[in-house]
Design a protein around this ligand. Structure first.
Ligand SMILES: [Mg+2]
Length: 264
């Protein structure tokens, strides 16, 4: 049976607005194994589930949400059980890592950079020196250069995980291990949690360069909806494999999945 990985922003909602057909689509998906997957490491799974519930999605639980912060914690534990870390980012990242490892800015095995507030001159200095003198590995929860946000009703762009880890990479000359899409680790943690193989998964996303490219490289099937950053009429980016389904909305995708016998 097909399992689903669902991106959220640009697929299920845009800002505070639930996108057309999203509630019905998730209801169909919930007959299958599925996870909501997000590169955003600033909200905990419980916060994401709560937000989805308030938007009208029914029966959403924290266990069905995998963030890049969760995937980072799982990956770090696989690398080194009982790992020590120094983390920079929002509260949710610190809380997630604390469940899997031990915060130890003096003897960290990993310097983990997420998104949100926290980066300053002192933390940058400490992180750089952990990488250079303690051979700590630099890890980024996600590679996004920027993220869209709202502040008091105004659209705003915030620095993404890729922007925040960049000063560490420049100063140390080392490339970070990146967990989030399009890199493989978030997808691997998702399939491991569901107990399915990538070939049985369909990734539904709104970005060819991250959602689709990363999932296709894992051997997953891919579906793109053009309700997020990639709009109807945009030509497919060169060098990225076409999505198996490329549609304008989730309403169209639901119909296509019915025709294909994936949805009842
Ligand atoms: Mg998205």
């Amino acid at each position: 049976m097909t399992a689903f990985l669902l991106d959220m922003d640009g697929v299920l909602y845009h800002g505070k607005k639930v996108l057309q057909g999203a509630l019905e689509f998730v209801e169909q998906v919930s007959q299958h194994q599925y996870l909501f997957v997000t590169n955003n490491p600033t909200r905990s799974p419980a916060q994401v589930a709560d937000r989805l519930s308030r938007m009208g999605f029914s029966d959403v639980y924290a266990e069905q949400v995998l963030t890049s912060a969760d995937a980072a914690a799982l990956w770090l534990r696989q690398q080194k059980p009982g790992f020590r870390y120094f983390a920079i980012g929002a509260k949710a990242l610190h809380e997630t890592l604390a469940k899997a490892g031990t915060e130890d800015p003096q003897q960290a095995d990993f310097v983990v950079v997420g998104e949100g507030p926290g980066l300053d001159y002192e933390k940058l200095t400490l992180g750089i020196n952990l990488v250079l003198s303690r051979k700590a590995r630099l890890v980024a929860t996600n590679p996004d250069s920027s993220v869209d946000s709202w502040c008091k009703g105004e659209a705003q762009v915030l620095p993404g995980g890729g922007a925040l880890v960049a000063p560490f990479e420049v100063a140390t000359g080392q490339k970070a291990v990146v967990i989030g899409k399009p890199h493989r680790f978030l997808y691997e943690m998702a399939t491991e949690r569901l107990g399915v193989s990538p070939g049985d998964c369909i990734m539904v996303g709104d970005r060819p360069d991250t959602d689709v490219a990363g999932a296709a490289a894992m051997g997953m099937k891919t579906a793109l909806v053009r309700t997020g950053r990639f709009l109807p009429g945009s030509s497919w980016p060169k060098g990225i494999a076409r999505a198996d389904w490329d549609v304008e909305t989730l309403i169209e995708l639901q119909a296509a999945f019915k025709v294909a016998g994936i949805f009842r």
